[in-house]
Design a protein around this ligand. Structure first.
Ligand SMILES: [Zn+2]
Length: 333
C-alpha cells in the first residue's frame, strides 16, 4: 500500500480524473482465482481392483470444486486479491491486498468468510489507508448489500448488473394534468415505463445528465440527475443511487428493508459508455491469474492447504510489486 501511494497511485495529489472517468491509477480492481492443489486426489487410500494393492495419497483438505469465471469448474482453493495499475504501462500493477475465501459451508470452514465478504473487507482496509480511491471494480459476487457500505464511504462501485433483478416501481412524477411519468428501476438504472401501441411494456432508460455527489455528516450520497422526456418539455429529477434512510427502514408488512436500492440502481449503469470503460478494467485480473497459473508446473501451486497457497500468492505479489517498483525508478545515469 505504501508503495502504491509512493508511485502516485490512489493519490489525491495528482490529476485523478473524475468519478465517471477516473484515471486508471485510482481504480482498485478485485477478483478471485482458484488455485489448483498439487494433486486432485480426494481419497487418502485407494485399492487397485485387480491386484488388491493399497495406495496412499496426499489429499488437500482445503480444496474443493469451485466455479471460476462464471462457468468453469476447477478443483482448488479460492484466493481473493485487489490490485491497481497505470493505464498503458506494462508491469505497473501493484497488488494491494489478498486473502483466502471460504468456498464450503460455514460449518465445514468456520474461520473464513466467503468471497464477496472477503473482497469487501479488503476494500475497507484499502480505503482506510488510501482515502483517495475513486472506484472499486469487482465481479458479480458483489450485490447491493456489498456495494452499499463502500458507496457510503464515497467510492464508485462498479460490477456487472446481476441478471434477474425485476423492474421495480420507483415513483410516479406528476407535473400537471395529463403529464405524469411512471419511473421504474430496470437494467440497473431509472427507466420510464411506457406502453407500446401493441400493448407491450417498455422500460425506456432515462438519460442521466449528471452524477451529483454530496458529502453528508455520516456518509456520501450519490444521485442521478435524470431527464424525463415529455411533449411539454423535458423534466429533470434527482434520483438517489445510494441507500437512503427510508430504504433501510423496515416495511411494516414484511419487516424487511423497503428497497434494496443499490441492487437496482447503479451509480454507473453497466450498459453505458462509462460502464463499458469500467468493465474494461476487469481484464487485468485475468492476466494476473494466468501469470500465477503459468509460473507453476501443470498450473498447480505446490502447496497443500489454503494457508500454503496464500503464502505462494503473497510471494507472487512480492515479485510483481518489486517489478513495478523497479520500472518506476529512473534508469541509472
Ligand atoms: Zn411530462
Amino acid at each position: 500500500m505504501a508503495q502504491a501511494l509512493a508511485h502516485g497511485y490512489l493519490s489525491t495529489d495528482r490529476p485523478r480524473g473524475c468519478r465517471l472517468r477516473p484515471d486508471r491509477s485510482q481504480v482498485v480492481n478485485g477478483d478471485a482465482t482458484v488455485v489448483r492443489p498439487p494433486s486432485d486426489q480426494t481419497e487418502e487410500t485407494t485399492v487397485d481392483e485387480k491386484t488388491g494393492e493399497i495406495r496412499h495419497h496426499r489429499v488437500d483438505h482445503d480444496a474443493g470444486l469451485q466455479i471460476e469465471g462464471g462457468d468453469r469448474t476447477v478443483y482448488g482453493k479460492k484466493i481473493v486479491s485487489q490490485s491497481v495499475r497505470k493505464a498503458g504501462i506494462a508491469h505497473s500493477r501493484i497488488i494491494l491486498n489478498v486473502d483466502a475465501a471460504r468456498h464450503r459451508s460455514p460449518e465445514e470452514d468456520p474461520n473464513r468468510e466467503e468471497e464477496a465478504s472477503v473482497a469487501l473487507r479488503l476494500s475497507h482496509e484499502i480505503l482506510d489507508r488510501a482515502p483517495g480511491v475513486l472506484a472499486f471494480v469487482q465481479d458479480t459476487v458483489w450485490r447491493g448489500k456489498h456495494r452499499t457500505p463502500l458507496i457510503a464511504r464515497g467510492a464508485i462501485v462498479f460490477t456487472r448488473q446481476h441478471d434477474g433483478a425485476t423492474p421495480r416501481a420507483l415513483k410516479q412524477y406528476t407535473y400537471r394534468p395529463h403529464c405524469s411519468h411512471d419511473v421504474y428501476s430496470a437494467t440497473g438504472r431509472a427507466c420510464e415505463r411506457l406502453i407500446t401501441v401493441d400493448g407491450q411494456t417498455l422500460y425506456n432508460p432515462l438519460p442521466v445528465r449528471d452524477l451529483p455527489t454530496r458529502k453528508g455528516t455520516k456518509s456520501w450520497r450519490f444521485y442521478h440527475l435524470v431527464e424525463i422526456p415529455c411533449p411539454h418539455g423535458p423534466h429533470h429529477e434527482l434520483i438517489p443511487v445510494y441507500e437512503t434512510h427510508e430504504d433501510r427502514a423496515p416495511d411494516p408488512r414484511t419487516q424487511r428493508p423497503r428497497f434494496n436500492r443499490t441492487e437496482h440502481l447503479r451509480q454507473i449503469p453497466p450498459a453505458t459508455d462509462y460502464g463499458a470503460r469500467y468493465l474494461g478494467f476487469r481484464q487485468d485480473s485475468e492476466s494476473l491469474h494466468s501469470t500465477l497459473d503459468f509460473t507453476h508446473h501443470d498450473k498447480r501451486v505446490p502447496a497443500y492447504g489454503t494457508d500454503g497457497a496464500l503464502l505462494v500468492f503473497i510471494g507472487l505479489a512480492w515479485v510483481i510489486n518489486s517489478i513495478a517498483r523497479a520500472r518506476a525508478q529512473p534508469p541509472p545515469e
